[in-house]
Design a protein. Structure first.
Length: 550
């Protein structure tokens, strides 16, 4: 019998070639691991060791921790006011208690999404046929920007929603360059998730939807194709949004509970100040526009340079996508200006609320590189982009260091520069830094209270103590049985609970005040009969509750 030469066989079966990752996948993994490692290391050092802890991030981490470890355990602990993906993103990192209670979950979560953002940017560079030697310097220069590093390291939601936003734009570009119509479903899905990570992503989704319709119209597609494509884009957004409204209605009885958003710790301090000495009240539109121009230049100069370049590219190359990307870069400033003009809310001028254009500007520069292929002009564009990114590093650093309207950015820089513990320091926004009060109270609860002690507390205000104690099941809180049951127990606690834990920050006003403290106005000063102050830290008071009503 004549046997043809071929691969070695065993029992008549041809051998299988071992799987090897493609060059693109291998590069993506390398990008992810390098940036994740850098961001996590910086975050662990500044957050865990040097105590630069953002309380909004701590709140999302705590509620994710309660999903697994509270009593009863339930997914509803994520809450129904803040965008759900801000908390859901922490779930894998809070499953193991020490990862959460050490606060290592904060940098781990944001570093994961920030590294994912860098992978998507690298994929975008690949999409426009940028060679590897050109991709990596841009990635490093952008990834090293201090604003990106800060929000990649601190556990805040910025890294989460920027990842989803940029991924949606990446699939939009793939579709525009000749990809299948199915990619529009991915555009909608990622923009829908961006909205569930930050509600303010809605204007970006609207602009993308209008852009898809315009592109199809200019390409003279049939009406049914336009309709089908738009439905494919919109369907995931509607599904995700409707799911959120449905569960909100099912669990808290109000599908629009998220409209009851109260002020955050950053908002409180911000609303009491001015931005760079500018009185933020009654400003005319021209002054608002000028202020936003200066703010965005100080934050990330590339955005202001890319926007007009994209307009010029659109005219010279007759390319509609250039105008779409320009619109996306300018959307945040435009919406911020309109919102501030209508409601005069100074919180809109925080640095973190104006960093959304940063990765979009980098994508815009990559698109300009694509437009001028194969001419040598594209490498001039690349060189100019790299130069601006590098020059932006000290500009952004200086803005973070001095800008009057921020969320502890200057404290983060101080931690990096000095290596000193920031516990007890005061940021420019006026909010005290650190978690010593939370840790001291958590230690007291863990070490001094008897096993099985029942502690009544408003988790919205004392969640840091609950998290750091590692014993959220020891607390009777609003998550357990709902607000109505909690308030009944609060009003008649004698003989039913052993202690009350109360937050002392009286700057909070409805709806963010401690509802135990407001029910017993003299509780902080030991002036409520039957309630005796047992232990006190600067931000919390533990109260012993009498067995019988006095």
């Amino acid at each position: 019998m004549n046997v043809a030469a071929g691969p070695a066989t065993r029992l008549g079966r041809p051998s299988r070639t071992p799987w090897r990752p493609s060059a693109e996948l291998a590069e993506a993994l390398l990008v992810f691991l390098l940036f994740f490692g850098a961001y996590f290391a910086i975050g662990y050092r500044t957050v865990v060791d040097l105590h630069v802890v953002n309380f909004d991030a701590l709140a999302r981490l705590a509620h994710a921790f309660f999903v697994w470890h509270n009593d009863p355990t339930k997914l509803a602990a994520i809450g129904f006011v803040w965008p759900p993906l801000q908390t859901i993103a922490f779930l894998p990192f809070t499953l193991i208690k020490p990862v959460a209670t050490s606060l290592a979950a904060l940098p781990a979560t944001s570093a994961t999404f920030a590294a994912g953002l860098m992978v998507v940017l690298n994929s975008t560079f690949r999409l426009v046929q940028m060679p590897a030697w050109a991709r990596w310097p841009l990635l490093v220069a952008f990834g090293a920007n201090p604003m990106i590093v800060y929000y990649a390291a601190n556990g805040m939601a910025e890294a989460v929603y920027l990842f989803f936003l940029v991924t949606g734009v990446y699939f939009l570009l793939r579709w525009y360059l000749g990809g299948g119509t199915h990619l529009l479903a991915l555009v909608g899905a990622f923009l829908g998730m961006a909205m569930l990570a930050r509600y303010e992503m809605a204007p970006f989704a609207v602009l993308v939807g209008l852009s898809i319709a315009l592109i199809l119209f200019l390409r003279k597609r049939a009406a049914d194709e336009v309709e089908g494509s738009l439905l494919l884009f919109i369907a995931p957004i509607v599904y995700l949004g409707a799911s959120w409204l449905f569960f909100s209605a099912l669990i808290v009885g109000d599908p629009f509970k998220f409209l009851d958003i109260g002020p955050t710790s950053a908002d409180i301090s911000t609303s009491q100040g001015q931005a760079s000495g500018l009185e933020l009240a009654g400003l005319p539109p021209a002054t608002i526009a000028k202020y936003l121009l200066l703010l965005n230049f100080g934050l990330f100069p590339l955005a202001l340079l890319v926007a007009p370049s994209l307009v010029a590219g659109a005219g010279m190359k007759r390319d509609i996508m250039s105008l779409v990307l320009c619109g996306l870069v300018l959307t945040n400033a435009a919406v911020t200006g309109l919102l501030f003009w209508s409601n005069q809310d100074p919180n809109l001028f925080q640095l973190r609320y104006n960093m959304r254009a940063m990765p979009l500007a980098v994508i815009g520069a990559a698109w300009l590189f694509h437009l001028w292929r194969p001419s040598r002009a594209r490498f001039a564009i690349w060189g100019a982009t790299l130069a601006v990114l590098v020059l932006s590093l000290p500009v952004t650093w200086r803005t973070m260091e001095t800008y009057a309207y921020q969320y502890e950015e200057n404290v983060f820089l101080a931690a990096l520069e000095t290596g000193r513990d920031q516990e007890g320091s005061i940021g420019i926004g006026g909010y005290p830094i650190g978690i010593r009060s939370e840790q001291d109270m958590a230690d007291y609860v863990e070490e001094r209270l008897e096993p099985g002690a029942r502690i009544l507390t408003d988790d919205a205000q004392t969640l840091g103590v609950m998290l750091l104690s590692g014993r959220p099941d020891a607390f009777i809180d609003r998550i357990d049985r709902g607000d109505d049951a909690f308030e009944r127990l609060r009003d008649a606690p004698f003989g039913k609970v052993d202690y009350m834990l109360v937050a002392t920050d009286e700057r909070c006003r409805p709806p963010c005040e401690d509802i135990v403290r407001t029910r017993y106005p003299g509780i902080l000063s030991d002036r409520v009969e039957g309630l005796r102050v047992l232990y006190r830290t600067p931000r919390y008071v533990l109260v012993d509750v009498a067995e019988e009503r006095p």
